[in-house]
Each structure stands twice: as C-alpha cells, then as structure tokens.
Design a protein around this ligand. Structure first.
Ligand code: HEM
Length: 418
C-alpha cells in the first residue's frame, strides 16, 4: 500500500494509498475510449515504459513496437504471477501453459507444440476440418439472409470458432458433441465479455473477494472457469476409454512422462487453448469485416482477386493461400489507413518484421497456424459468396469493446449473395 515507488521503477502517474493510480488510469480509459489509447497518452508523458500500481499490483505498460519486441524476447520477462487470478482459474493451483513459467512451462509448451504438429497442423486434417466448418458458416448465413438480410456480423463466428477448437481438442470422437459445443460456446461468450486480460476488481484488490465476491467479479470469474473445466474434465474421462485422435487423446498417452503430466494439467492446457483461440480469432474476424464495410473499395478489390485466383465455381481452399494476400493486414507507415496492399512488393506478399500480432519468443502463440488458416478460409470464402454492406441508418463505428481482449462493438450489415 506504500505510495513510494521502488528504486528504478519506471516513471508513471502518482500513487495514492490503497488504490495506487487506479483512479487516474480509469479516468483516462473512460476519456480515451480504450485502455490502449489511455496508455498511449501516458507514454507521451512518461516514455515507452510506464510504471503504475493498481491496487496491490505493480504494473508496467509497454508501448511501441521496438520496446514490445524487447519485452517479448527478454527471458526474465517471460514469467507469470503466482496470484489469485492465475490460481483461481484452475481450481486453486497454477496449471496449464499460459499461467505457469520456468521449467514446467518450457516442458509443457514443447510437448503441446509437438502434439499439434503431429496431429493437427497437417493439410489433410486442419485444412479439411476448417474447410468443412466454413461450409457450415455459409449455410448459416444463407439461412439468415432468407429470414432477415440485416444481420449482426460479429456474432456469426463464435460457435464455429469454438467448434474448430473443440475438434482440435477432441477430434469429435464422443457422443455428446453438439450439446457440449453449445455449452462451451455459451461459456466462452460469457468469458470473453466478462473477463479481462488486464484483470478485474478482485485481481487488483484481492481482499474484496471475502467481502463482496459478487460485486468484485470473483464469483463470476471462478464460475465461468468452472463451467469450462467441468466440461473439459468430462471430455477427458470420455476420451480415456474412446481412444481417439484429438489433442486430448494424444496427451492422455503421455501421462506417465513425468510428474508434471496429469489429467488436471491436461484440462488446464485445453482451457488455455480455448481461451487463447476463441476471443482472439472472433475479434480479429470482427475487425476484418468491420473494415470491409467501412472500405467497400477494398472489399471489391479482394473479391476481384478471389474471382481471378479461385473463380466462383468452388470455395477457396488452403491450397489457394499462397496465391491470395488477404489474410495479412496491418500498417506501419500510415497505420490508421486500411491498406492491405502495403504488404505487396513486386507482386509478392512481404510481411514486415514488425508484424507481431502473434507475439515473439518463448511465449509466441502456439495456435498461429490454426488461426491464420481459419481466418484466411473464413474471410476468403465469405467474401467470395457474399457482399457485406453498411446499413445507412445504422452505420458501424470503430468503437472498442473491452472484453478479454479488445473487440469492435456489435455491428450490423446488409448481407446479400453475390
Ligand atoms: C487471431 C488469432 C490469435 C491471435 C491474434 C493470437 C495472439 C497471441 C499472442 C500475442 C500470444 C502471446 C501472449 C503472451 O505474450 O503472453 C498468444 C499466446 C497464446 N495463444 Fe494465441 N492468438 C491467436 C489465436 C490462437 C489460437 C487459435 C490458439 C489455439 C489453437 C491460441 C493459443 C494460444 C496459447 C495457448 C497461448 C499461450 C502461449 C504461451 O503462454 O506460451 N491462440 N496468442
């Protein structure tokens, strides 16, 4: 609760007793509309590394590509806190990959990547599963067009993203798949709307969970994780006798590899895969389609390219990816302009070093192959089949909703068959 800053702590706003600088951050967050913008504002004053204290937690914010890269690639900064938020997600003990560090982290991440490479990141498996899933999204949209062509675009993906992650985990090898996917999708929706990566009231003021566990978000946090863990534990039990081909079955065969391998650890890793893959993929798709609405000229160019490379007779497949360019978009020279063509040099796709949306170093995203494949297939296939137009009386805004990770606020589009 000390208001004095430790020696060498990065510069930042003044600390008050108990709350630290939570109030200043909250005020700036409200005024700027998103935490990222609030931190950018602070970095103008204090530099690219800003020191803060929110309740008990000392927090350091890092701004700018150069400093973020340094953060990702400095080993000492790959640790994770052993606190109430990392423990209470997995029933009282730190488990999985995201919330652990040191040797157990390196060992478990290496094994997970090995299993994914051998069992999932293969053209004939990942490509086929995701291509099938895209056909289901298209059928859903066609049905919706008949009912009402004005539809909420960012709600179109959740259940499909869950289904693809569920396939990765289970290989769809049990009897209750549909009911389980429904429950998982509902839990993941609740997760991404109510839980924030930057923490919530009880993570910054842990004592509040004993005084007002509902109001400080503790009960919700524990209950949402419990819902997901209960379902995953049931799946692990079923797959112990089903002997399937998904990630869970492969890991179950390794339970005698050492003291860090257990069913609880397997459930926690599966939770990490869902949490790492759901919100991020849905949000990236939300942003991509919002930009397509705001920039119909870019949408038309992308459609022109799909028609030229793939045609209209069949859906785009993974094999078309090297011949298309639309899954890469971010910008540096004029970052606020939506200009995917900035990544084309001499007719070839050229990805700059600063393109680090999947992180870098030891903590780099382990689902990158899955995410890139899924995003490519969904965007290419939907733009081949449909036109997405803004609705004049309901124009979408680039307002940020701060869920688990930032997303665009729900928006509607007029969707028609091309
Ligand atoms: C567009 C989609 C995605 C984006 C933008 C994204 C981004 C990231 C980033 C930046 C990190 C590093 C976080 C850190 O430094 O702590 C990360 C880690 C992670 N991602 Fe992804 N991700 C995406 C999709 C996925 C998918 C589909 C999966 C699962 C199949 C996944 C699973 C994970 C896991 C388990 C980690 C933790 C790795 C670790 O702690 O070492 N992600 N992701």
């Amino acid at each position: 609760w000390d208001t004095r800053k430790p020696k060498n702590f990065p510069p930042g706003p003044k600390w008050f007793p108990i709350i630290g600088c939570a109030w200043q951050l909250h005020y700036l967050h409200q005024r700027k509309g998103s935490l990222a913008k609030a931190i950018q504002e602070l970095s103008l004053q204090y530099g690219s590394v800003v020191g803060a204290r929110i309740g008990r937690r000392r927090t350091v914010f890092v701004c700018g590509v150069k400093t973020i890269k340094e953060l990702y690639t400095t080993d000492e900064l790959n640790g994770r806190p052993d606190d109430i938020s990392t423990k209470s997600r997995t029933l009282g003990k730190r488990r999985g990959i995201v919330a652990v560090d040191s040797k157990i982290f390196l060992e478990q991440k290496r094994i997970v990547l090995k299993i994914l490479k051998e069992h999932w990141f293969r053209r004939e498996i990942l490509g086929n599963v995701l291509e099938q899933e895209v056909r289901t999204i298209i059928a859903d949209i066609e049905k919706k067009i008949v009912e009402n062509p004005k539809m909420c675009v960012n709600n179109l993906f959740g259940v499909h993203v869950v289904t693809s992650l569920y396939s990765l985990l289970t290989g769809h090898e049990t009897n209750n798949d549909n009911e389980d996917i429904k429950e998982l999708n509902s839990a993941m929706e609740s997760f991404s709307q109510n839980i924030s990566l930057i923490g919530t009231v009880f993570t910054h003021f842990p004592f509040l969970r004993h005084i007002c566990p509902d109001a400080c978000g503790y009960n919700l946090y524990v209950n949402i994780h419990k819902r997901i863990i209960t379902l995953l534990s049931k799946k692990v039990k079923e797959l112990k006798v089903a002997n399937g081909y998904g990630f869970i079955s492969a890991y179950l065969k390794m339970l005698d590899f050492g003291p860090n391998f257990s069913e609880d650890q397997l459930v926690a890793i599966s939770l990490d895969i869902l949490i790492g893959g759901y919100d991020t993929t849905c949000n990236m798709l939300g942003f991509a389609f919002l930009y397509m609405l705001l920039h119909p000229d870019v949408q038309a160019k992308v459609q022109e390219e799909i028609d030229r490379v793939v045609g209209r007779e069949r859906l785009p497949t993974l094999d078309d990816r090297p011949r298309g360019t639309l899954d890469e978009n971010s910008g540096w020279e004029n970052p606020k302009a939506f200009n995917p063509e900035r990544f084309m040099k001499d007719g070839r796709l050229t990805i700059p070093n600063n393109f680090i949306q999947f992180g870098l170093g030891k903590r780099r995203c382990l689902g990158e192959v899955h995410a890139r494949t899924n995003i490519f297939l969904i965007i290419a296939s939907l733009l081949q089949k449909f036109n997405f137009k803004a609705i004049p009386e309901n124009l979408p805004l680039l307002d940020i909703f701060e869920g688990f990770t930032p997303s665009v606020k729900p928006f509607k589009a007029l969707v028609t068959l091309r």
